[in-house]
Design a protein around this ligand. Structure first.
Ligand code: C2E
Ligand code: MG
Ligand code: MG
Length: 606
């Protein structure tokens, strides 16, 4: 790609119109740091004058200005011949859909909401300039339609059609030069759920941010060609190409790959950069990607088979717990057939009593008695034997079968509890895992209140285990949701705590009873980092008046450490494995106080 496209002019000139002097000053500082020339205007009329006089490359318009609003300035600029294609960034105080639409109607190219993230400003402007400049190149060729046909209007990334051309071109080139190439399929994890919960306006902004991150991440080692307006020139161009296929699907095609290590490094960088929380005002969603990779020529010699195999690898990455990348291999095809079979079998399993619940005791550190049990689902497959939940819960999540499964679990648990009650057992608490999809059902509250009254189960006996990422994704609206559930008299726990991104400000406002320390930290307690995390979670629970529970305790040493640090509840194979219901009556009578004492004597630190 020739240089003039990346650097439109020697130094781009930016017009900044804002009545707030401080904002102008900060903007100037940020942009001058990027080697841009800044022209300021304190109101709408001055902005129009400056636009005509200075012929800037890009315009910043504050919406609220005395005299003439930024929207009006925008409309007038668009009315001038030299203003037809200039990139205009509207800066608004509000991010509701309506005012954003108004901005776009007035002709804005992009909008930003206040407060402006100054650290990203320079990069955003560079990005807009580059897109606009590329656009101008096309326009010179009187090929505006081509832009619309080949570029995604939301993110300005090449679209599916461009992708097909990119891929064909790079494959041809690789074949000619005898080099390797890689195709990456990137799909955002749980995007639909996030999109539904943060609203589609913010969902769009999230996609824009993701595409910016992809570009800036991949630009570092390779010049990305945004436009292949000159196919003769582009024909010999290697490098890295990005595209958005639609929705939350992105692709990256890398040419001149020397080894899979190169590709692996790129995949890791993509995962790292996408997985940082995305600041969208009150929401800071975390969107991890799953990446499937197919290599040319090993995994396919033509575009179609590469695409198919990268897609298969992407599903394998999802199946392996998301937020990861997978290279295609031939077993995957066999596995995707297997997954399909699993889906069908699971449908059958729910009808024909192949599922059953096991219960794992939770021990109170102070007394050594079993005060609660975690209900864990099991699948006795007629041919394959016991299938662990880690294998079929993700399938059920993906297909939506988890809703039915979750309801079955609750019904089964309540039936079981009443049976234990009839035996005269002490009233222990039962903890039930609620999957993210279940938690996100809009009618969860009604379902739960209906379920409680139908089943006759005392709500105080039930604790719902929710995952950290499910409740943190949309903190503000989940406060309400959790409070509603809480008002039914249930207890709420955060499962696998520490593995997601908790915002402390939300955690404090969530009506949570229990923090469940993820077992990976318990397993890692011998390392200083692992121990520090465990200490911190226990301290956090105490400060927030919540219970702390550690799961996955397998050794006496782990038990001693956790008891010493004042962790309230303990769960793990060291005490008991998940038990069949018939073994529960005996298990809840066990007294572990001697075991705890012995452990503390053997390993006690204080
Ligand atoms: P989880 O909720 O974090 O459950 C704890 C897992 O740790 C269970 O695995 C349990 O058997 C295992 N575990 C307990 N003590 C130890 C130990 O000392 N060492 C080791 N290595 N593991 C221990 P399980 O039963 O295979 O369940 C895996 C996951 O599947 C659960 O993780 C939960 O996320 C999900 N799950 C299980 N049952 C249900 C259910 O009814 N509904 C939903 N939505 N998810 C479920
Ligand atoms: Mg759990
Ligand atoms: Mg857990």
């Amino acid at each position: 790609m020739s240089d003039h496209i990346d650097h439109p002019r020697q130094r781009p000139k930016i017009l900044v119109a804002d009545d707030d002097m401080n904002v102008r000053l900060l903007t100037r500082q940020c942009l001058e740091a990027e080697d841009m020339i800044v022209v300021e205007a304190p109101d709408g009329h001055a902005a129009l004058d400056a636009f005509v006089r200075e012929r800037p490359d890009l315009v910043f318009l504050d919406v609220e200005m005395p005299g003439m609003t930024g929207l009006e300035v925008c409309r007038r600029i668009r009315g001038m011949p030299q203003g037809e294609n200039i990139p205009i960034m509207i800066v608004t105080g509000s991010d509701d859909r309506e005012s954003i639409d108004e901005g776009f109607d007035a002709g804005a190219t992009q909008y930003k909401t206040k407060p402006v993230n100054w650290s990203l400003l320079g990069r955003d402007v560079q990005y807009m300039l580059r897109a606009s400049n590329a656009f101008n190149v096309l326009k010179r060729q009187e090929d505006r339609l081509r832009y619309l046909a080949y570029y995604d209007p939301l993110t300005s990334l090449p679209n599916r059609r461009s992708f097909n051309e990119q891929l064909h071109r790079i494959l041809k080139r690789s074949q000619r030069m005898g080099t390797y190439a890689a195709l990456m399929f990137i799909d955002l994890d749980n995007f639909k759920r996030i999109n539904d919960s943060i609203g589609h306006g913010r969902g769009d902004r999230l996609l824009v941010e993701i595409s910016k991150r992809l570009i800036s991440e991949l630009r570092e080692d390779d010049a990305i060609s945004y436009f292949t307006e000159n196919s003769a020139e582009a024909a010999d161009d290697g490098g890295t190409e990005i595209a958005r296929l639609g929705g939350d699907e992105f692709t990256v095609v890398v040419s001149d790959v020397h080894s899979t290590d190169d590709v692996e490094r790129i995949a890791r960088r993509i995962i790292d950069s996408l997985s940082d929380p995305i600041p969208l005002q009150t929401h800071n969603p975390v969107v991890t990607p799953s990446i499937g990779i197919a290599m040319y020529p090993q995994d396919g010699e033509d575009a179609d088979s590469l695409v198919r195999n990268a897609d298969t690898a992407m599903y394998a990455a999802k199946g392996d717990g998301r937020a990861c990348f997978r290279f295609y291999n031939e077993e995957m095809n066999a596995r995707s057939v297997e997954q399909l079979k699993l889906e069908e079998d699971l449908r059958e399993a729910m009808r024909s009593d192949q599922l059953e619940m096991h219960y794992q005791p939770q021990v109170e550190t102070l007394t050594g008695s079993v005060v609660s049990l975690e209900a864990l689902v099991r699948w006795k497959h007629p041919e394959r034997g016991m299938i662990p939940p880690g294998e079929f819960i993700p399938v059920a999540e993906r297909t939506g079968q988890i809703i039915e499964l979750g309801e079955w679990v609750l019904t089964e648990v309540s039936r079981q509890c009443l049976e234990w009650d009839n035996m005269g057992l002490a009233c222990f608490r039962v903890c039930v895992n609620i999957s993210p999809l279940q938690f996100n059902q809009p009618d969860l509250f009604h379902y739960m209140s209906g379920f409680l009254s139908r089943s006759g189960l005392d709500p105080e006996r039930l604790e719902l285990e929710l995952t950290e990422s499910a409740i943190m994704t949309d903190g503000e609206s989940n406060i309400k949701k959790l409070s509603q559930l809480k008002s039914l008299g249930l207890d709420l726990a955060v499962d696998d705590f520490g593995t997601g991104y908790s915002s402390l400000s939300y955690l404090r406002r969530f009506p949570i009873n229990t923090l469940k320390i993820d077992q990976s930290f318990v397993a890692d307690m011998r390392s200083a980092d692992g121990a520090a995390i465990v200490d911190a979670i226990i301290a956090l629970a105490k400060a927030l008046n919540m219970r702390s529970i550690a799961e996955g305790i397998e050794t006496q040493e782990q038990l001693a450490y956790l008891a010493d640090r004042g962790c309230d509840l303990l769960q793990g194979y060291y005490f008991a494995r998940p038990l069949v219901p018939e073994d529960v009556p005996k298990a809840v009578l066990r007294d572990y106080s001697e075991d705890i004492k012995a452990a503390r004597q053997a390993f006690g630190e204080s």
